[in-house]
Design a protein around this ligand. Structure first.
Ligand SMILES: [Zn+2]
Length: 356
C-alpha cells in the first residue's frame, strides 16, 4: 500500500460514475469484460480494489490483495461464484507493495501461473522479503536517524520490522516480464502498459484505448495523494521528481478516461486530478523552501507537511515523504544538505546567485 496519511484537497470536481461498491466476495462489472473486486485491509486505507478481465476461455486477474486468511476466503467465494467456472489464465501485478502482491504466490500456485510484472518490481519484492540490499529495518532506522528522528520514535518503529512478510507470506520464484509501452491482448482488448516511478520502482498501470479505461494502480488515486518516499537503499534519490514526471504520461490520455484506482472509487477527471496533485506537491515544496531559511532536519519539518500526529505505521511514510520533498529541492539546486559533525542531515536554502 504505502500511501501518505494525509488527504490531498478533496477532489470535489471529479465524477464518480460507479458509486455502488461490489459486495465482499463478489465481482461487479464496470465495463464490458471488466470486473471490480474489493478486498479489506487492516489499516487506514480499509480496502484495495482488484480487477478481473475476461480473457477468452478464462480470466486475467490484476493485483492480489493482502496475504491474509480474510482475503483468501473472499477469493474462494469469487472462485466459487464470480468466474463462471472459468480459470484464471494470467495474473498481472502492478507493483510490489503487500496489498498488491500479497497473495500472488497462492494465486499462481492455484492456477499454475507466473505473475506478469515489471522486472524491478519482481526483484524489489524479493529484496524486501529477504531483507537484503538495504531494505532491512536497521537500514531504515539509520536513514531516519540521519534525518533527525529521536530515539524514542526510532525505537517505536521496531514494531513494523516484519511489516512486509505479514502481508506477503511467500513470493513466486519466477515471473513473466512486462515493459513500458508493451501491448497485452486480454480477451478482445489490447491493454498498454504505462510504467510510473516514484511510488515504487517500476509500477505498471494498464490502459485500454478501446474501452477508455485506465487501471491506475496506486499512481493516480482520487482522494489521497500517493505516497512518494525516500527509502534507505537510495538515500539521495529523487522519487518525487520521478513521480511528477510519471504523471505527465497519464496526462496524455483522453480526459474522459475512466480511471480504476487501487483505493477509492472509479473516477473521471484525471487531468484535473493530475493538476491538483501537482499543486499539492508544489505547495509543500514552497513551504519547505520558506522554512529552510534556517538549517532543518526532515524530522523537524514533519509538521510542515503533516498536520497530525501519526502512529508508527504512518510515521515511516511521513518521514519518507518529507525526505522526498527535501531531496527533490536538493536535486533542483534550491536547498543544500549540510555536512554536520554530528552526522545529522540538515537542509538549508541556497543563497540566490547574484546576477552579473
Ligand atoms: Zn503501493
Amino acid at each position: 500500500m504505502q500511501i501518505a496519511p494525509q488527504p490531498a484537497n478533496a477532489a470535489l470536481s471529479l465524477e464518480y460514475p460507479l458509486p455502488d461498491l461490489p459486495a465482499p466476495g463478489t465481482a461487479k462489472q464496470v465495463r464490458t469484460g471488466v470486473f471490480w473486486l474489493r478486498m479489506p485491509l487492516p489499516f487506514a486505507l480499509k480496502h484495495i480494489n482488484l480487477w478481473l478481465l475476461e480473457d477468452g476461455t478464462g480470466w486475467t486477474i490484476v493485483d492480489c490483495g493482502l496475504g491474509t486468511d480474510t482475503t483468501r476466503t473472499l477469493w474462494e467465494q469469487i472462485f466459487a461464484g464470480g468466474l463462471d467456472g472459468r480459470p484464471a489464465r494470467r495474473l498481472i501485478v502492478t507493483h510490489c507493495h503487500p496489498d498488491h502482491i500479497g497473495l500472488a504466490a497462492w494465486l499462481c500456485e492455484k492456477f499454475g501461473l507466473k505473475p506478469c510484472m515489471t522486472s524491478s518490481e519482481y526483484v524489489h519484492a524479493h529484496a524486501v522479503y529477504h531483507r537484503v540490499g538495504g531494505t532491512d529495518h536497521a537500514a531504515l532506522r539509520t536513514l531516519h536517524e540521519r534525518h533527525g528522528l529521536d530515539g524514542a520514535r526510532l525505537d517505536a518503529l521496531r514494531s513494523r520490522a516484519d511489516h512486509y512478510r505479514r502481508g506477503v507470506p511467500s513470493l513466486p520464484n519466477a515471473f513473466e516480464r512486462i515493459k513500458h509501452e508493451e501491448q497485452i491482448v486480454i480477451g478482445e482488448n489490447a491493454w498498454r502498459v504505462i510504467v510510473g516511478h516514484g511510488h515504487s520502482p517500476e509500477h505498471a498501470a494498464l490502459y485500454c484505448e478501446s474501452l477508455g479505461v485506465l487501471i491506475a494502480g496506486d499512481m493516480l488515486l482520487p482522494r489521497i495523494s500517493t505516497n512518494v518516499s525516500v527509502w534507505p537503499m537510495e538515500p539521495e534519490g529523487d522519487p518525487l521528481g520521478e513521480f511528477l514526471t510519471s504523471l505527465e504520461r497519464f496526462g496524455e490520455l483522453p480526459a474522459d478516461t475512466l480511471v480504476l484506482p487501487s483505493h477509492g472509487l472509479p473516477f473521471r477527471g484525471m487531468h484535473h486530478r493530475i493538476a491538483e496533485l501537482n499543486r499539492h506537491h508544489q505547495t509543500r515544496l514552497d513551504r519547505l523552501i520558506a522554512v529552510c531559511e534556517r538549517p532543518s532536519t526532515a524530522a523537524e519539518l514533519l509538521p510542515q507537511l503533516f498536520e497530525r500526529n501519526f502512529d508508527d505505521y504512518h510515521l515511516v511514510f511521513a518521514m519518507g515523504e518529507t525526505i522526498a520533498h527535501l531531496n527533490h529541492l536538493m536535486h533542483r539546486g534550491v536547498l543544500k544538505r549540510g555536512e554536520n559533525p554530528d552526522g545529522i542531515h540538515r537542509f538549508v536554502r541556497r543563497p540566490l546567485m547574484a546576477k552579473a
